[in-house]
Design a binder for this molecule. Structure first.
Ligand SMILES: C[S@@+](CC[C@H](N)C(=O)[O-])C[C@H]1O[C@@H](n2cnc3c(N)ncnc32)[C@H](O)[C@@H]1O
Length: 194
């Protein structure tokens, strides 16, 4: 939506680095396990923002595509990748109206909730591919105001991923702190031997 582009461009213009330079702590913690699990190097970072996680994956040898609606965020991601001598393909798309192109060995969906997209993310995984999902939950402790539709309900994420062909290898909800989050590490079913 155009209003999302305007809102996020303004946020990314207002600060050097809106969500910080470091990758998500969940991704940093799980990267070695993810590398051991994935069937290949193709990765997709959904709503990649300023590219902190895309760049981290590229540093770990992944061939990364980062998608986002904010041209300002993507520009910062491009500059960051270039400075580090890394190749990342950043593409401006509106995920409200987008079909994922191609298939991937790893998909990240961090701090962004579009429930309708989740089945398409799973469909875009190669057999044995891994999806990391980590986003905000509804809670009285949230200090920022968020649209209710953009917040997960307790138990919702693991329930959702439990319906797909594959395995939830890790699931966690942390209700403490000012930003309660839910996260899962899902692995799609691989090829089965005849
Ligand atoms: C909280 S930020 C998360 C950025 C990144 N995933 C991270 O964790 O660093 C949410 C991102 O969603 C993007 N976004 C919001 N609506 C979008 C849409 N309709 N299509 C694509 N990206 C969108 C914003 O531009 C923003 O970069």
């Amino acid at each position: 939506m155009e209003s999302d582009r305007i809102k996020w461009n303004a946020r990314y213009q207002s600060e050097d680095s809106f969500l910080g330079e470091h990758p998500s702590p969940f991704l940093a913690r799980e990267i070695e396990r993810v590398k051991a699990l994935v069937p290949g190097p193709k990765a997709l970072d959904i709503a990649c923002g300023e590219g902190r996680n895309s760049v981290f994956l590229a540093r770990h040898g992944f061939r990364v595509t980062g998608l986002d609606i904010s041209d300002t965020g993507l520009e910062k991601g491009k500059n960051r990748a270039q400075t580090m001598g890394l190749a990342v393909e950043f593409r401006r798309v509106d995920l409200d109206d987008y079909s994922i192109q191609g298939t991937f060995d790893l998909i990240l969906n961090f701090n962004f909730l579009l429930r309708e997209l989740i089945p398409f993310e799973v469909a875009a995984l190669n057999p044995g591919g891994v999806l990391l999902y980590d986003t905000i939950m509804a809670s009285d402790q949230l200090i920022q105001i968020h649209k209710p539709a953009y917040l997960l309900q307790p138990g919702e994420l693991s329930r959702l991923f439990g319906t797909f062909q594959g395995e939830v290898l890790f699931s966690e909800e942390s209700m403490s702190g000012e930003m309660p989050t839910a996260r899962v590490l899902f692995r799609k079913t691989g090829f089965t031997a005849e």
